[in-house]
Design a protein around this ligand. Structure first.
Ligand code: ATP
Length: 308
């Protein structure tokens, strides 16, 4: 069984369901308001656990009911929350999502306790990081914490996966040096490379530029068009599955959790792992909410068998 450590954010997602996005200055009525667990870190940890990997999550929540809710959610999905700490006097991170009937979203984040994750928290989990198969991190928690974790993992010969989301202005070269696999979406990739993505050829130039930064394995997710895989062995656009999307929140997180879980330790099966990840995400986008929408390994297996 794959053993995965995820470091990252825990949020409560409040989703405002609307017909269309409001224009600046406009007031509209919500069709519905729903609440679910979220945060890129927590979503990726849950995706990894649901895909069948033994998963630990390193995160911080606030001293509030939302923190208890998040921890309960993680455990209910099979994530080990031993290293999910509570910061006294802080509130849990919160994402305010506006979701249109067309399935598009826009998101405002209140990071709360997520920015209080420390290098000490990572050191406390050093046994885990040095002994498990891979470490996944994003940019919703302090970058120095990710840097410390990746350095530790690389020293121990473990695989590191950086999901550079949300996009930031400059990724430290040191962090890229410790990264085995980078998984931006099209916006995040363009932010790093300065090359807007419009088609397969710009995907290839983006991947090339990311390789020049020292990263061997690049996977650029491209929404309903698929995921561009560029590694020493493969260069291809793995197409997305054609489905009717209801809510794309968490599509990328589902993809990353499943990709990590399905990759061989020698990283020779990127295409197969990306296909499984893509199938998992295609199921997730047909359901509402980030965490509740992530399918189980059995659901993905059944869907792939039916496809054949
Ligand atoms: P989010 O931030 O909404 O979680 P993202 O922008 O990080 O998502 P995307 O590139 O939108 O990630 O999607 C990740 C993967 O999910 C895609 O590579 C694709 O396989 C799948 N996917 C996304 N949207 C759709 C869709 N509408 N139909 C089918 N598959 C989809």
């Amino acid at each position: 069984m794959k053993k995965i450590v995820v470091i990252g954010s825990s949020n409560v997602d409040t989703t405002l369901h609307v017909k269309d996005f409001p224009k600046p200055g406009e007031t509209i009525n919500a069709l519905d308001v729903t609440t679910a667990g979220g945060g890129k870190g927590a979503n990726q940890a849950i995706a990894a656990a649901k895909s069948g990997a033994e998963t630990y999550f390193i995160s911080r929540v606030g001293e509030d009911s939302a923190g208890g809710f998040i921890t309960h959610q993680l455990k209910s999905y099979g994530v080990d929350a031993t290293y999910v700490q509570t910061t006294m006097g802080s509130k849990t991170g919160h994402a305010y999502i506006t979701l249109s009937e067309a399935g598009q979203n826009s998101i405002v984040i209140d990071h709360g306790a997520n920015y209080e994750l420390t290098v000490e928290d990572v050191k406390a989990a050093s046994d885990l990081i040095q002994n498990w198969d891979c470490v996944i991190a994003q940019f919703e928690t302090p970058i120095e914490v990710t840097l410390a974790a990746f350095k530790m993992a690389k020293k121990a010969g473990k695989i590191t996966i950086l999901n550079p989301a949300p996009a930031i202005d400059k990724i430290p070269a040191k962090l890229l040096g410790y990264t085995d696999i980078i998984t931006p979406n099209e916006t995040e990739s363009a932010k790093i490379t300065g090359i807007p993505i419009k088609n397969k050829s710009t995907l290839a130039t983006n991947a090339e530029k990311l390789h020049l930064l020292g990263i061997k394995n690049v996977v650029i997710t491209y929404g309903d068009k698929g995921a561009y895989v560029s590694t020493p062995d493969v260069e291809e656009l793995v197409p997305a599955y054609k489905v009717e999307a209801a809510d794309t929140t968490g599509a990328g997180d589902t993809f990353i959790g499943y990709l990590a879980s399905n990759l061989n330790s020698d990283l020779t099966n990127f295409t197969e792992a990306a296909k499984t990840a893509s199938r998992a995400s295609s199921i997730a986008v047909q359901r509402l909410g980030a965490q509740p929408s992530i399918p189980t390994a059995k659901e993905v297996r059944d869907a792939m068998e039916e496809d054949e």
